[in-house]
Design a protein around this ligand. Structure first.
Ligand code: PA5
Length: 433
């Protein structure tokens, strides 16, 4: 079973002719991506990544992970933006929310992320969690110069200096970076760290199927072969100019809604494990489309929790919203609602039901309510929460993003706006140019 798009709850909001025209424009955009004749065409390496991941790379990553497992209780992943969100999203989707609690018992390292902020408190807390235990670091930075991860790396290397002795821990550091340029590449060569390459033609937010994503995901015990198998299957389906292509359909639907004033898209999940898929998706679409005064604003909510915080606005606030629902048909676990003799909470009517069934009814009830409140709902139906389907899902979003940005007429693969905060910060910090 494959991932599908259900547009039943969008039909009433779109003009079929406009949608038909957008399908044609999405097909043109796909052709441009495949023919490499559009904007940013030097960054199209992600399109063929799934079919290019070979056995040698998977085996190499497995060996690296085995070394980490043998010498460390903790693995710290240092990276920001596209250098961490993909692996964080996949690990959160495929492992227990409490993975770290049980990791060592399964022979796996606990996984923590650092370099995602400039908080001395966060880093202090992380150092306390590592405590006296053995740890390794996977530092991920394509440019090798990004401030947040570079500072975290400096601090944690100082911790390693103290713990293992300076120049005595090269076997605990894995650097994922550019093949030849940048400070991290130079440092790795100098210190003899194990390195992996981020291909020149793959931008950060499209890099989850490179070692950027694959090493942390494998270290968390998730099945990277299955992840790639899913992505490969999506590559075959979604590089095809057919009416069944769900990337074309999704891009056309969201752009038709955008033209009708739906300028904010909320990605909604009903499973906490999918929360970071939304964080990854927000970066993918936000950084790729939001330029030249254009772009749908990507937002997200975690339902049913956020129905108790954001539900009111979505139901009755300004009507500039569309929702895209991640609906998983089969979750790995479920629990029946117990019956009680006294029934003081009046919930015995649910006692033959499971929590997942109740969640499904909440999903259906919410989407009907929001549609009747004039919020169109696109539903992405995911058969099962497996590595295969997550691989398929992420590739689908990447392809839909490339198509959608080309439909808007922007370059999906640059991020000139990100430089403004950096140059102000460097000026304020007195950096010498
Ligand atoms: O998508 C992108 O290109 C960015 O989000 C980068 O991944 C992010 O800024 C981190 O950059 P780097 O990997 O060079 O440290």
């Amino acid at each position: 079973m494959k991932i599908t798009i259900n547009d039943t709850y969008v039909d009433q909001f779109i003009d079929q002719k406009a949608f038909g025209n957008n399908i044609l424009s999405a097909k043109k955009a796909l052709a441009s991506l495949l023919n490499s004749d559009g904007k940013g065409n030097e960054y199209l390496g992600w399109i063929n990544l799934p079919s290019e991941v070979d056995t040698a790379l998977i085996e190499d990553i497995s060996k690296t992970v085995e070394l980490v497992k043998s010498n460390s209780k903790v693995l710290v992943i240092i990276g920001i933006g596209g250098s961490y969100l993909g692996s964080k999203a996949v690990i959160s989707a495929l492992t227990s929310t409490h993975h770290n609690k049980f990791a060592n018992g399964k022979g796996l390292p606990e996984i923590y992320f650092a370099g995602t902020d400039l908080s001395g408190t966060e880093l202090t807390d992380l150092i306390a969690v590592i405590g006296g235990r053995d740890f390794s670091i996977n530092i991920i930075s394509k440019s090798g110069t990004t401030t947040e991860p570079a500072i975290a790396f400096r601090v944690l290397r100082r911790l390693m200096d103290e713990k293992y002795g300076a120049n005595n821990y090269a076997n605990r550091i894995i650097a994922t970076t550019d093949k030849s340029k940048g400070a991290l590449r130079n440092l790795s060569t100098e210190k003899g760290y194990k390195t992996y390459v981020i291909p020149d033609d793959v931008g950060g937010r499209f890099s989850v199927f490179t070692p950027v994503g694959l090493i942390p995901i494998a270290a968390a015990g998730a099945d990277i072969k299955e992840l790639i198998r899913g992505a490969k299957s999506a590559q075959i389906d979604l590089c095809d100019d057919s009416n069944e292509n769900i990337a074309i359909k999704y891009a056309a639907l969201r752009n038709t809604l955008y033209e009708n004033g739906k300028i904010i898209e909320i990605l909604c999940n009903y499973e906490p494990r999918l929360s970071f898929i939304a964080a990854w998706w927000k970066q993918l679409f936000g950084e790729s489309e939001g330029k030249e005064g254009k772009g749908i604003f990507p937002a997200s909510v975690d339902f049913t929790c956020d129905l108790h915080s954001m539900g009111q606005y979505i139901q009755e606030g300004p009507r500039h919203l569309m929702e895209t629902i991640l609906r998983v048909k089969k979750m790995p676990h479920d629990i029946p609602v117990p019956s009680t003799v006294d029934n003081l909470d009046n919930l015995n009517y649910l006692s033959s039901k499971t929590i997942n069934y109740i969640n499904e009814m909440a999903t259906q009830g919410t989407l009907e309510a929001h549609v009747s409140g004039n919020v169109p709902n696109v539903i992405i139906e995911i058969p099962e929460l497996t590595a295969y389907h997550i691989g398929y899902l992420l590739y689908f979003f990447e392809m839909a993003c490339g198509i959608s940005a080309y439909m808007l007429g922007v370059n999906p693969f640059d991020q000139p706006g990100v430089e403004s905060y950096k140059s102000n910060m460097f000026r304020l910090l007195g950096k010498l140019s």
